[in-house]
Design a protein around this ligand. Sequence first.
Ligand code: NAD
Ligand code: LMR
Length: 333
Amino acid sequence: MKQPVRIAVTGAAGGISYSLLFKIAAGEVLGSDQPVILQLLEITPAMDALRGVAMELQDCAYPLLQGVVLSDDPTVAFKDADYAFLVGARPRGPGMERKDLLEANAAIFSVQGKALNDVASRQVKVLVVGNPANTNALIAARNAPDLDPTQFTAMTRLDHNRAVGLAANKTGFATPTINRVTIWGNHSVTQVPDLYHADVAGEEAVDAVGEDWYKNTFIETVQKRGAAIIDARGASSSASAAQAAIDHMRDWALGTYEGDWVSMAIPSDGSYGVAKGIIYSFPVRCAFGRYEIVQGLEINDFIAGKMKASEQELIEERDAVASLLPAETEAHL
Ligand code: NAD
Ligand code: LMR
């Protein structure tokens, strides 16, 4: 039997976690032979609700779940954590853009970055889900000077999965036949869903869906899917966000499929001319617990202009939270 790994989840009594925790405990992130200990963080007023969630976890009698820790103190919840899902944050309501949450949520991520720095495993893998996810990940990373910035990522896998699902729906082919879709940039309305390198059942994806439909319907549908769900449900996406978080962490830990890649928002190393340091979504391949940006893709002018606009938005978000970004250490340059 393997030693258990410690998985921290914040916002653990919230909507996304109500799907996420049960998938983690069932072995969907690290496989059916890997025991886990869940370390759950909430704010003090939500601790009663969190106790209820913990009762339900116990009542599932998961064979892999070896312990559950509940706390309102990040230094307890993050202690020795090997993986951290930072979900806890306020969601947007109708009519808001995700960056409107910057002020409400940014402080959470500086506190949590510091706590991860102080007590988490030195190899911790961090996924920020709480919005605005890219800039929150930047805040957490910059407040964790003893960890490597590449350990901090943000979630654009939901956008990636939305793009795959939409292409499957349009063409009638099953999702596993759709490969090499890319989301570039910010998890916001400026994100760039790119089908130019993708294929559907062996055919170039842009031809399979039709270039007009791709340019005039597909891109905007993926960009605005979060808002469409809020309008329809009266609440932001939950189950699909939890599935995307599972997919992101599983692929980072266990690897991506040969011949495919996934989208992850990660610290830019300057690839494709993107400003260094901002948390920007790139196509990546993962193996042995590491990710690597897919290099050498030809970017046409149509996509390049959109990539620039998303980069610019992230630079503006970074500048808006400058007071929460301590000076960069050598690892962050
Ligand atoms: P929710 O309101 O249902 O739950 C959020 C939970 O976080 C609440 O239980 C709250 O008490 C808790 N919380 C707040 N501050 C906290 C803190 N400092 N420490 C620990 N917990 C804290 O919201 P949700 O639907 O679960 O969404 C959570 C976040 O995820 C939102 O910001 C939402 O916009 C974002 N989101 C991101 C994506 C993505 O693709 N990146 C997708 C969906 C939702
Ligand atoms: C989503 O994409 O569904 C989430 O980021 C929630 C939102 O605010 O759109």
